[in-house]
Design a protein around this ligand. Structure first.
Ligand code: ZN
Length: 261
């Protein structure tokens, strides 16, 4: 069975800027979904900010194995209720791949719990991505390093929690370096951040970038998970303890499912 991936994009630059619209006639989401569908074993569809519930109603998220997220100009327009729904889906085991300027998205900041800030420069300079973890599934089939001739620079410090694994480090022509590929686990969900993808460059048509994204979808997929009710916090009263115990000491809570008074 193929992995169900949903590529979410705010779809703002493509519809408001001719350079971006000409570069990505099917939108960044269309380009990424096309590459994933060509990779084998992945069934990718798209969703945008403009869709009802941003294209991410609960029923769709429940069937989504991996969600990819591209946003930049409209982070603030994403409904908090949808962000919370996506966070709960990740905790329940849905994979999440956050792309480029998605570092400042509500969902990434929600799951990281840190500012996710960085330094940047838009000068079309060369980016060289180095693989730092050769045996990691996300780097399968890639050379030791590869270049993107024109990219925006993102530099350290990157305000993220220390990653579980750093799988790429970028060097930029101007001298900066950046942790370009980093993983985390949040609840049962695998999270991957991948840096390249500025909207005015053809980054998502690059063969190595497409390989990384397909690898990342396969890595992020956690078929064993999809726990329901991830935010449930039931009370276990004394009489239901595994071993017999006697209650003692001061007590503020009453027994029961939500026993606090
Ligand atoms: Zn950018």
């Amino acid at each position: 069975m193929s992995i169900n991936a949903v590529v979410w994009n705010e779809n703002v630059h493509e519809t408001h800027n001719k350079i971006v619209g000409d570069l990505y006639p099917k939108g960044i989401h269309g380009a990424i979904a096309g590459a994933l569908n060509a990779a084998g074993g992945i069934s990718a569809t798209t969703a945008t900010l403009q869709d009802d519930e941003h294209g991410l109603p609960a029923e769709r998220l429940a069937k989504t194995d991996v969600l990819l997220w591209w946003g930049h100009a409209a982070h603030g327009d994403v409904e908090d209720a949808v962000v919370e729904r996506v966070a709960e889906a990740v905790w329940a085991g849905m994979g999440l791949i956050v792309l480029h300027s998605g570092h400042f998205s509500k969902i990434f900041k929600r799951l990281m719990g840190t500012p996710c800030n960085l330094t940047w420069r838009e000068a079309g300079e060369r980016e060289r991505l180095w693989v730092t973890s050769r045996n990691h599934p996300i780097t399968a089939g890639l050379p030791d390093h590869f270049e993107l001739e024109n990219e925006e620079m993102y530099g350290e410090p990157f305000g993220i929690p220390e990653p579980l694994e750093t799988v790429f480090i970028s060097w930029f022509q101007g001298g900066e370096v950046f942790r370009s590929g980093a993983t985390w686990r949040r609840g049962a969900g695998n999270v991957f951040y991948f840096r390249p993808g500025h909207e005015t460059y053809p980054t998502y048509f690059d063969a190595n970038v497409q390989q990384v994204l397909a690898n990342a979808v396969r890595w992020a997929h956690n078929p064993a998970a999809r726990i329901t009710d991830v935010t449930d916090a039931p009370n276990i009263p004394v009489e239901r303890a595994c071993e017999p115990i006697t209650a003692r000491g001061a007590k503020l809570h009453t027994d029961g499912e939500d026993g606090f008074r």
